[in-house]
Design a protein around this ligand. Structure first.
Ligand SMILES: NC(=O)c1ccc[n+]([C@@H]2O[C@H](COP(=O)([O-])OP(=O)(O)OC[C@H]3O[C@@H](n4cnc5c(N)ncnc54)[C@H](OP(=O)(O)O)[C@@H]3O)[C@@H](O)[C@H]2O)c1
Length: 434
């Protein structure tokens, strides 16, 4: 069989590794696929840029859309990034020309995945995006194919290595968020503008894709509730540890009676859970399905070589002629996402209050929680070393609640603030049971 002719747009961290991997693994790949894979054309922003790549005999296309339309390629590999241009037009052009597309672009799939899946269906082309979530972790295939017969109740995970690195360092070394962020930037784990990662938006894009695959719904990035990790303090991680938990930035998609909850926020998970063991830049996804114990996939969620391995697995599927519906079923059978309101989220909560150390404060707090029918699982009041009790200076009070509703917690804390028995804003971290 003739080799699969590949055109690659984007020769950065991932694209360059894909070119190298095809070069180094060419023989093994053709043995597995029954045909060779050849890079015949590439493009990037700058042709003049020095790249440690052998591009001898490879055509340089004038731009990504021209590459996507080229009659010389069978498969268009998009590794530029971004939900807008030129990625969108290039991918659409390739699909409409009946070419298969492989991309690692979560932003594009989260925003335009349904429109692109429709184009793929209409023109009989493949649209593969394994690397877009969890890089080398084969979570897309697991949800789409491995668990095709399983009713999924919940999928959740650590989907951003930068945040997990920061939270791990904060926990292990008692450092502040700002100190750990600076280190992450120095080590190349965080961007100069880290907001996309630390504010949870990167996780939200990946979660929206996973939720669609898990529940057979249309990708709905705007339905994801998002909170980042910048408000987490070392004392929260210490308290979590004392109480038997760890704090992770989780993306959670769960079926509820009111619709699908999609949320990204710092989360306390039991130390004994699989997800709690995942430290540093590593990513992990846990899938809860009917009739099977929770399944956790762990691995590198970023990095050129790790991401390239998933891109190449998608290219291998194209070479073999394996084609799945991008979101596991035809687009017309994907349902609209019914968003479960966050105010009705039900679960346990960790609450840290800076309470004024005055007679009656604890009773006032307990009363306000009771008014909202919130039961307390544990309450700890910490006096600073050497501080004199009863002098009115604030002392941390740590509470763990039994399962309750988000709006009840908000109402109770608003009342406590009005009572003026605490100073500053309460810290609230949701607890996810395994
Ligand atoms: N890096 C990771 O660990 C990782 C993990 C999972 C998924 N991904 C995804 O993989 C994709 C690529 O990421 P990356 O880290 O490889 O990015 P990157 O290092 O910034 O590389 C981007 C490449 O795209 C080219 N490019 C950018 N804009 C272009 C334009 N308008 N026209 C033509 N070429 C253009 C750049 O050209 P120049 O080289 O000339 O500047 C560069 O070669 C993104 O969608 C990202 O989300 C990355």
């Amino acid at each position: 069989m003739a080799p699969l002719k590949v055109g690659i747009a984007g020769l950065g961290t991932v694209g360059a590794e894909v070119v190298r991997l095809i070069e180094n693994e060419g023989k093994a790949l053709s043995a597995r696929c029954g045909r060779g894979v050849r890079v015949v054309a590439v493009t990037a922003r700058s042709k003049a840029k020095k790249r440690a790549l052998d591009l001898n005999g490879v055509t340089w296309a004038k731009d990504p859309v021209a590459l996507a339309a080229s009659g010389d390629i069978d498969c268009f590999v998009e590794l530029m990034g971004g939900a807008g241009e030129p990625a969108l037009s290039a991918v659409e052009t390739a699909l409409k020309a009946g070419k298969s597309v492989v991309t690692a672009n979560k932003a594009l799939i989260a925003k335009h995945g349904i429109r692109l899946a429709q184009a793929a269906e209409k023109h009989g082309s493949a649209l593969n995006f394994e690397a877009a979530v969890g890089a080398a972790i084969p979570v897309i295939k697991t949800l789409r194919e491995g668990l095709a017969a399983t009713a999924i109740d919940r999928v959740y995970g650590i989907l951003n290595g930068t945040c997990n690195y920061i939270l791990t360092r904060m926990e292990q070394e008692g450092l502040s968020f700002a100190e750990c962020l600076k280190d992450a930037q120095r080590l190349g784990y965080a961007e100069a503008n880290p907001s996309f990662d630390v504010d949870g938006h990167d996780t939200a894009q990946k979660l929206a894709i996973l939720a669609s695959l898990a529940f057979g719904t249309k990708v709905a990035q705007s339905a994801v509730y998002v909170e980042g990790i910048s408000s987490i303090a070392p004392e929260d991680l210490r308290a979590a540890s004392d109480l038997g938990y760890r704090v992770k930035l989780l993306g959670v998609a769960v079926k509820t009676a009111k619709g699908i909850e999609q949320r990204v926020h710092p989360t306390m998970v039991p130390k004994s859970s699989s997800i709690a063991q995942v430290m540093g830049v590593t990513n992990a996804v846990t899938i809860d399905g009917a009739g099977i114990p929770p399944l956790t996939l762990v691995g590198p969620g970023a990095g050129g070589a790790a991401t390239a391995s998933a891109v190449l697995a998608d290219i291998a599927d194209v070479a073999r002629g394996v084609r799945a519906n991008p979101f596991g079923r035809p687009v017309e059978r994907l349902r609209a996402t019914v968003k479960a309101p966050m105010e009705r989220h039900e679960g346990g909560y960790y609450i840290r209050l800076m309470a004024r150390d005055l007679a009656g404060t604890a009773a006032t707090i307990a009363k306000r929680l009771a008014e909202q029918k919130i039961s307390i699982e544990s309450i700890v009041q910490r006096h600073a070393n050497g501080a004199e009790a009863g002098k009115g200076s604030p002392v941390p009070v740590l509470l763990i609640t039994y399962a309750t509703h988000e709006d009840a917690v908000h109402r109770a804390l608003a009342a406590v603030q009005r009572d003026k028995v605490i100073s500053g804003r309460p810290q609230v971290i949701r607890i996810e049971k395994n």
